[in-house]
Design a protein around this ligand. Sequence first.
Ligand SMILES: NC(=O)c1ccc[n+]([C@@H]2O[C@H](COP(=O)([O-])OP(=O)(O)OC[C@H]3O[C@@H](n4cnc5c(N)ncnc54)[C@H](OP(=O)(O)O)[C@@H]3O)[C@@H](O)[C@H]2O)c1
Length: 476
Amino acid sequence: MIKLNEFIHVPNALEAAFTYTSDFSNIKDWDPGVAVSQKRSKGGTQVGSTYDLTLRFGPFRPKMKYTITAYIPFSKVILKGRGDSFSAVDTISFFKTPTGTRIDYEAQIFFSGFSKRTEKLLTPVLKNTGRKAIQGLEAKLSGENRIYKQSSWFFSGSTLFDYIADHMILPGMLMFSNLGYSFSKRFWAKNHETLFGQKVVITGGTSGIGKAAAIKLAEKKACLTIIARNRKKAERVRQQIIEKTGNPHVDFLIADLSRMEDIKHVVKKLRDSKKTIDVLINNAGALFNERKETVEGFEQTFATDLLGVFYLTELLKDCFASTGGRIVNVSSGGMYTQGIFVDDLQNKAVPYAGAKAYARAKRGIVILTRLWAQQMHHLNVTVHSMHPGWVDTPGIETALPGFHSLVNSVLRTPDQGADTIVWLAASKEAGESTGRFWLDRRPHETVLFPKTGESEEARQVLWEKLNRLTRPFETA
Ligand SMILES: NC(=O)c1ccc[n+]([C@@H]2O[C@H](COP(=O)([O-])OP(=O)(O)OC[C@H]3O[C@@H](n4cnc5c(N)ncnc54)[C@H](OP(=O)(O)O)[C@@H]3O)[C@@H](O)[C@H]2O)c1
């Protein structure tokens, strides 16, 4: 349990301060941790009044229901809150002073379902967020305009830490770790759906998350084709999957997915097999710390993580089963940090930074997912993007050794990282929506930071540029 105890002085008369604060439908205007607050009950503010709140928790938006349990006009209001992740008791007391009103705010927050370790990590951040809330109330009642304008955060005198804590990004990011996986798992229903006889094509199934997903897909009796770049490795992994799962319907095709020529050839082989595809999983990806170009002259991050995904998917668009199909695009939580730079897709204009280039390409995947979802709706193909969390794989160890050793103890296993990929491929529920971004079987927001969203025009420019860059390979 966390206990917060804060007080503020505001210039407002007691009655006005009490009336405004005790009506929790106003809380979104002063507490930066609250995204939405709506009064549900009828009548004035009184005992029994209920409010539905949506909190900001990094990319998550947990819901809470608050009820007023005590209401003593101009003196005290007590609210009890209940949600998936927390419950809370807020006691707000009001005192007349010679210059206005003193407000004492006491909150007790109870966790539900977090491990002791997670609680310890969350405590300082939640305390800071509580402090910011009461400061927000002070600013609001005092008529000051210092309340958390997202677009000007960098210049408003608040530090980056404040901004992160205010927006619950730190605890949100904790959800990317194995703690987040264990927490989220508690809400999942058992899913026994199989992929019996379905044709599933997965890229990058020879290592890390893709290999773990390939094993689970084979266990679900899919007919699996792995697109891999290394024949020996692909053969070895194929044997391992067959031995482990007893499913003999596992084959592979060879392509370096940063090369458009290879993609064109692999698609021809898939077409020649005359089997329609039920699920395409664009999992292959990499983060390169040095800027290099492929033999076709594309910057390698862009080529591997965005252009190749675009080209493969576009060429396979008409290969899906007429009964419907699914596309699962593996993006990354790193994309939250960047917007798409349509004028510099190949990372030439600024000094190259691998993590940024990677994040931009992964942002591109999320944008393409939405566009494909719209375009392929009439074909009954659903398209999803997802973040696997922070996963202990050869890829992350090579690309980000510092990060890998820093957060090693909380990294997810490849199986945990693959869970949502397989769920998106197989579950009935995932077939019921399209165009969304998922982590741990839940859809999430795609934009958290200022200036990382994009306009409709930027989406169209991205599409046209990717189209233009791949068109020459069509005719070659
Ligand atoms: N690990 C994480 O924490 C994390 C977090 C967010 C997103 N992701 C994403 O998850 C996906 C899987 O990553 P991972 O961590 O499992 O990495 P990994 O262990 O390095 O596996 C990457 C897979 O992609 C294949 N691949 C890479 N470049 C390729 C190319 N040009 N052509 C064909 N295949 C290629 C690799 O083939 P080889 O076996 O031949 O190397 C391997 O099978 C990636 O899209 C990554 O961006 C990972």
